[in-house]
Design a protein around this ligand. Structure first.
Ligand SMILES: CC(C)(COP(=O)(O)OP(=O)(O)OC[C@H]1O[C@@H](n2cnc3c(N)ncnc32)[C@H](O)[C@@H]1OP(=O)(O)O)[C@@H](O)C(=O)NCCC(=O)NCCS
Length: 160
């Protein structure tokens, strides 16, 4: 099958995105932080971008990024296990970084579960660096690692 297309999420995507968050990102944590209502609020919010990689309504991956004035925060990113290691995560990040550059963002921050080695490798491969360790970040239950990428370097690379 050909690669999924990237598009902005619509409200009917909220439940499949939330279900993927619960299964792939929040697995084993108490509660359901990104439930369908919260994802739908993010889809409708003007300062948040919910991106999906999909064949029509069949979602294979998604990302949620909040845009501030000069910094953006990647809240969630996941790709279905059957579609991982095919470059979908990288394509979604490139799409979001391009949007962030156009919006005047200087830095992208994110947190991931400290024991999530695969995601750590993924973000490192994209040029993110570890900037802080945050004990008890997830509902006082589990530690997080903060990673950061200065995307202004990308601009100077392109102009140089
Ligand atoms: C992290 C995640 C989004 C990566 O998505 P993906 O589409 O599989 O990533 P890509 O195919 O673009 O991978 C790009 C590179 O990242 C690195 N990488 C990705 N997954 C990796 C893994 N499991 N182990 C080691 N390195 C990995 C590799 O360098 C890879 O390049 P390669 O395949 O040529 O070796 C995906 O593994 C995922 O959804 N995991 C579960 C949810 C999660 O942990 N989300 C992040 C925290 S919110």
């Amino acid at each position: 099958m050909h690669a999924p297309a990237l598009r902005l999420a619509v409200p009917s995507d909220a439940t499949p995105v939330a279900v993927m968050s619960r299964a792939l990102v929040e697995d084993g944590l108490p509660g359901w932080s990104w439930d369908p209502q919260r994802v739908e609020r993010a889809i409708r919010a003007r300062d948040t971008c919910v991106l999906v990689a999909a064949h029509g309504s069949a979602i294979g991956g998604f990302a949620i990024m909040n845009f501030g004035d000069t910094q953006a925060h990647l809240s969630l990113l996941a790709v279905l296990p059957s579609q991982q290691r095919k470059g979908i995560g990288t394509r979604m990040m490139a799409w979001l970084e391009e949007s962030a550059l156009v919006a005047g963002i200087e830095k992208i921050n994110l947190e991931l579960r400290a024991n999530n080695q695969a995601a750590r490798e993924f973000y490192r491969a994209l040029g993110f660096v570890e900037s802080a360790s945050l004990p008890g970040y997830y509902q006082g239950y589990e530690a997080a690692l903060r990673m950061t990428r200065d995307i202004r370097r990308q601009i100077s690379n392109r102009m140089g």
